[in-house]
Design a protein around this ligand. Structure first.
Ligand SMILES: O=C(O)[C@@H](CO)OP(=O)(O)O
Length: 249
């Protein structure tokens, strides 16, 4: 049997809506100029660390797809096979999509804001299908039918992400590949929660910075060798994760 491959998680670079402090979810916004730069830097870090992906998995969203393209180009691995799946998408943010985080905090207060933003099992109210930021009718989700969410909590994301982890990502790791997963703040929080066995309460305190590769070496039974993995730029990751935690303030 091949030795287990290495997993590399990469949250997309800053998006235009990250820059504007808006809840984004499934709204398909592009990277900002800073986000493009972060993605290239992420690719340079991969190359400098000799961590060259053999395959990349992305969501169906532009900010993750562009990040993967820019990072892989910078690492001279633009040619590797790519697999995309909605199960890697950002958490659907329901009726909060398009809302300003600071205004939402001011309007609803700290407790409700944090419940919606970081509780494990309380989703925001569902989005109205007619809302300008709804994905109802979006061709890329046509096959999903009624399974397409109108809101999600992190627990919902874990439930829809794990079948993809098991059926698509784990086989690549078992084949000995270096696997890059280019995804989103909350879909990666869901995966890290699963990998590290983080409790439903403690996951509220975990934030993933944009554009900094997070390396996981795993044992045969898919447990992290180092709890929490290793960021390729740990200092920058610490600072950027704290900034994510403080959004809205
Ligand atoms: O708006 C979003 O979709 C996410 C990620 O940017 O935000 P948060 O970190 O508040 O869950």
């Amino acid at each position: 049997m091949a030795e287990l491959g290495t997993l590399v998680l990469l949250r997309h670079g800053q998006s235009t809506w990250n820059a504007e402090n808006l809840f984004t979810g499934w709204v398909d916004v592009p990277l900002s100029a800073q986000g493009e730069q972060e993605a290239r830097k992420g690719g340079q870090l991969l190359a400098e660390s000799g961590l060259l992906p053999d395959v990349v998995h992305t969501s169906l969203m532009r900010r993750a797809i562009s990040t993967a393209n820019l990072a892989l180009d910078a690492a001279d691995r633009h040619w590797i096979p790519v697999k995309r799946d909605w199960r890697l998408n950002e958490r659907h943010y329901g009726a909060l999509q398009g809302k300003n985080k600071k205004q939402t905090l001011d309007e609803f207060g700290e407790e409700q804001f944090m419940l919606w933003r970081r509780s494990y099992d309380t989703p925001p109210p569902p989005i109205d299908p007619a809302d300008e930021f709804s994905q109802v009718g979006d061709a890329r989700y046509a096959d999903l039918g009624d399974a397409a969410p109108l809101t999600e909590c992190l627990k919902d994301v874990v439930a829809r992400l794990l079948p993809y982890w098991e059926s698509a990502i784990v086989p690549d790791l078992r084949a000995g590949k270096t696997v890059l997963v280019a995804a989103h703040g909350n879909s990666l929080r869901a995966l890290v929660k699963h990998l590290d066995g983080i409790s439903d309460d403690a996951i509220a305190g975990l934030n993933i910075p944009t554009g900094i590769p997070l390396r996981y070496d795993l044992t045969e039974d898919l447990k992290p060798v180092t709890a929490g993995g290793t960021y390729l730029d740990p200092e920058a990751a610490k600072e950027a994760a704290a900034a994510v935690a403080n959004q809205g303030r």
